[in-house]
Design a protein around this ligand. Sequence first.
Ligand SMILES: Cc1cc2nc3c(=O)[nH]c(=O)nc-3n(C[C@H](O)[C@H](O)[C@H](O)COP(=O)(O)OP(=O)(O)OC[C@H]3O[C@@H](n4cnc5c(N)ncnc54)[C@H](O)[C@@H]3O)c2cc1C
Length: 384
Amino acid sequence: MTGIKIYSPDIATAFSVEGEGLYGFIINRHLFGQRLLRIAINAGANLKESTQALEPIVENHSLKGISAKDLLTGRRAKITSRVVVDASGLPAVLRTKLPPELRIDTATHKEDIVICYREIRKLKEQIPEPNFCEIYLNRQHAPGGYSWIFPEGETKVNVGLGVATSGNPINPKNQLYTHILSRTLFGDSSILKGGGGQVPTRRPIDCMTGDGIVIVGDAACQVNPIHGGGIGPSMTGGVMAGKTIIKALDSDNVSRTGLWPYNVEYLKSYGARQAGLDVFRLFLQGLSNDDLNFGMKYQLITESDLLKTSMGEDIRLNLSEKTFRVFKGIRKVSLLKRLRKATSLIRKMREHYQNYPTSPDSFNDWKRKTQHLAEEASKMRAPS
Ligand SMILES: Cc1cc2nc3c(=O)[nH]c(=O)nc-3n(C[C@H](O)[C@H](O)[C@H](O)COP(=O)(O)OP(=O)(O)OC[C@H]3O[C@@H](n4cnc5c(N)ncnc54)[C@H](O)[C@@H]3O)c2cc1C
């Protein structure tokens, strides 16, 4: 894919964002997973199929392994390990059962989760621009989320819609059928596959390591908070975690301190971007359709700056004298003020993450400041 088109709620404005960093790849998710699995097995990994992890085994505040169930025989077993990795996706089956003394956040709040439904459809006609993903913003159709059309070839698309699970969530499948699949593009199209799921759309958890445990992927909320894409960040986190674990095993220190470099490496790099983008997500969730229509029409953020923002750079506002006059004329100055506040908070949040503590000793102070910044950011979600 060469870029993304983002449509305002009234469809009157489309931001067309393309360029390096926005090149995307449409992959066959099943085959891709099988390929990674083959690489792991060839490297010596032992795959235990049909085995469900049940609980962490904790002794003296330290992970010693897991209890698991063989789903074919129903037999339960204990699997011991020097380092346990929770890579179980959003359910985070081990993280959510860790005792508080491990000082790892165990909850993912529902206001930070988007629930999605998507279908792979075969179209009767060709997609006009098969190299562009389309995103539609509309607070009424997809509150707290968005709908998308991602081409998978000239007549095949991945079309879906996600809504925030806070408040009184509406059914994303109904919304998709009413507002998107009712378009002429989908006339006489056929469903090849359909299904839904949940996506964490927030900054990563503050600490992803404990004595003998590491958390990666969706289980650690390693996603882009704006669009929920988590495959890239999860792989990045996985590689960083793997390298740290090798070093920790080699130096015979699999304690929280020995595994800490993984926190530092991820949270100072992609984690800092994620944290800034999370503030931007909360700001966007607080906007009305009217705000979005005006903001996009008058290019408060330009297309090229949006590209940079989506990659985690600071937002640069397009606040010329003329823009200010226009916004004053249409009584939208409060929108400008909120955008300014969001911009400043994004910068503060990213800087804070870039100063992630290099050892666990000063983690508590860092976490206190994080909570303060996160509380400020969550106020922005309140509707204007
Ligand atoms: C509808 C939808 C569309 C998406 N589209 C995109 C997209 O286009 N691009 C993108 O980048 N991201 C997308 N995402 C997000 C992406 O799927 C995730 O961010 C990514 O898969 C996270 O990888 P993961 O390995 O951490 O978790 P997962 O892919 O969720 O893998 C977790 C694995 O753990 C296993 N597991 C869970 N519990 C247990 C247990 N108790 N015992 C043993 N195993 C267990 C699961 O079966 C699963 O195989 C989408 C998500 C949804 C829901």
